[in-house]
Ligand binder design. Structure first.
Ligand code: SF4
Length: 485
């Protein structure tokens, strides 16, 4: 996580010479993120974020920064979104490259490509004449899934940053009898329902903080018309199950608790409860990062006040449970380090401890490691007194089967792959072009079987609607008309 300036400068120079921009997701592994963050000091067109802003940054890099290619370090739906949005902004000639020739999948995105998902939407589709409906699709889906969904039920994209606001806006702006169908993340759907239920109980002021157009009673009235797909799961966030939540509640009572909207209900509930008293945060990766930064700022301000008042500075340790993919850690560490360094000596006593909880089945216990020695064997008989540290129970450390909450798909984006792709760009041979072509996202140039627009164009429509909602604070008229017609 502390790469040398030389290495970072070399990468920055190569990217600049070849006019390549880089957009990377927060879930990259520490080695990759660390180098990218350092290289961004020498070359501005490198950006790490959640999926909401990746495509927008790619468009800026191409438009204002003159980048002729964009490397997407993420999973395939992210590179598809980037390519589609470049095309949508008349920059279809900018090449987009994934970091592997093989598919870089996502269990959640796969769920929206399934027959079950089409069935989930076919029922509201058949009732649209009597019962208006909108489909809010999570950004973590392929362009094909977005396009096919929009054919069935008018669709707008959301991210974990704006899902709650999007759901509330739908109920505010669409006809009074409109239903909202969210998918494909089952946990996020359940958590949004839980959040809305909690808001309705907390009263008008709490509701107004999330959406100024609603009251507690209007939120309560929405709940019967909010539906979510029950089968889509992120293989990583699923690791934060009830046993993890139990351990966090029992052993880390003094820690702040954060939870991504994709985690199972028990962990989400714990963080949601803590958030009511300022001891937790629920939402997107950006929400979690902002929360931790806010706690560091508050600690620095308290130290400064103490110092100004002539008091003695005491040490402070900020303990945070990280309820999301472990790759987030790098951006947190970089951000906290910068803050503490910029705050000077007054921050010397502040420490931030990030605790990454993992499921007990994914960690080898002493008993489990001795299974081969026969039932009833004592630890000493099995191990001969050797000290064993717990570790991943299977697979690689950073795999779905392993012990840490690290996405195996995101980890396909290695530094070697970045350099190999730069080599291919430099090579300018037929073979290099063929390899590069295999790293481009699916263009989805075919139509949806009705002879009209391409899958790519139709799949972009829900994203463009979201961008319009983000920019103007209301759904575009075209979406409202389509839902109401
Ligand atoms: S962590 Fe991996 S599997 Fe989970 S939603 Fe993100 S890309 Fe998909």
């Amino acid at each position: 996580m502390s790469p040398s300036d030389d290495e970072a400068r070399r990468l920055a120079e190569r990217l600049e010479r070849l006019k390549v921009g880089v957009v990377a997701h927060f879930y990259m592994d520490p080695e990759v993120q660390g180098l990218l963050i350092r290289a961004s000091r020498f070359y501005p067109h490198i950006f790490i974020s959640d999926s909401l802003v990746m495509a927008g940054r790619a468009v800026e890099m191409a438009r204002a920064g003159g980048c002729r290619s964009v490397f997407v370090l993420g999973v395939d739906f992210m590179s598809e979104n980037v390519a589609a949005m470049l095309k949508e902004n008349d920059m279809g000639d900018v090449r987009v490259y994934r970091m592997d020739e093989a598919p870089i999948g996502c269990t959640l995105a796969d769920a929206a490509n399934s027959d079950e998902y089409r069935q989930y939407l076919s029922s509201p589709a058949s009732r649209r004449a009597e019962e208006p409906a909108v489909h809010i699709v999570y950004i973590n889906t392929s362009l094909r899934a977005k396009a096919q969904s929009d054919q069935l039920v008018p669709t707008i994209t959301c991210t974990s940053s704006n899902v709650v606001r999007t759901v509330l806006q739908a109920f505010l702006q669409l006809p009074d009898n409109a239903h909202v169908y969210y998918g494909p993340d089952a946990y996020m759907g359940a958590n949004v329902r839980e959040l809305l239920t909690s808001l309705a109980e907390l009263g008008d002021d709490a509701v107004a903080e999330i959406h100024e157009g609603h009251t507690a009673s209007s939120v309560a009235a929405c709940l019967p018309r909010f539906h979510y797909f029950q089968e889509g799961k992120c293989v990583i966030h699923e690791m934060f199950g009830s046993d993890v939540a139990d351990v966090v509640a029992a052993e880390y009572a003094d820690a702040y608790v954060t939870a991504h909207l994709e985690v199972p209900g028990e962990m989400f509930r714990l963080a949601l409860l803590k958030s009511r008293t300022g001891f937790g945060a629920v939402g997107s990766t950006q929400t979690i990062l902002d929360f931790i930064n806010g706690k560091v700022d508050a600690a620095v301000a308290a130290m400064q006040e103490e110092k100004d008042g002539g008091g003695t500075l005491t040490a402070e340790r900020i303990r945070v449970i990280l309820g999301t993919e472990v790759g987030m850690l790098t951006s947190i560490v970089e951000s906290v380090r910068d803050k503490l360094r910029d705050s000077g000596p007054v921050a010397a006593g502040i420490e931030v401890e990030i605790i990454i909880p993992v499921s007990s089945e994914s960690v080898t216990s002493v008993e489990a490691s001795g299974a081969g020695a026969g039932a009833g064997a004592t630890t000493d008989e099995v191990l001969g007194g050797a000290v064993v540290l717990p570790g991943p129970s299977g697979g690689e450390g950073c795999s779905a089967e392993g012990g840490c909450a690290a996405c195996p798909y995101m980890k396909m984006n290695t530094l070697a792959a970045v350099h190999r792709t730069l080599d291919l760009l430099e090579e300018e041979s037929e073979s290099a072009s063929a390899h590069l072509a295999a790293q481009e996202p699916d263009a989805y140039a075919e139509d949806l079987g009705d002879g009209s627009e391409s899958v790519a164009a139709r799949g972009c429509r829900p994203i463009v609607r979201m961008q319009s909602f983000q920019a103007k604070g209301v759904f575009p008229d075209e979406l409202v008309r389509t839902v109401s017609s």
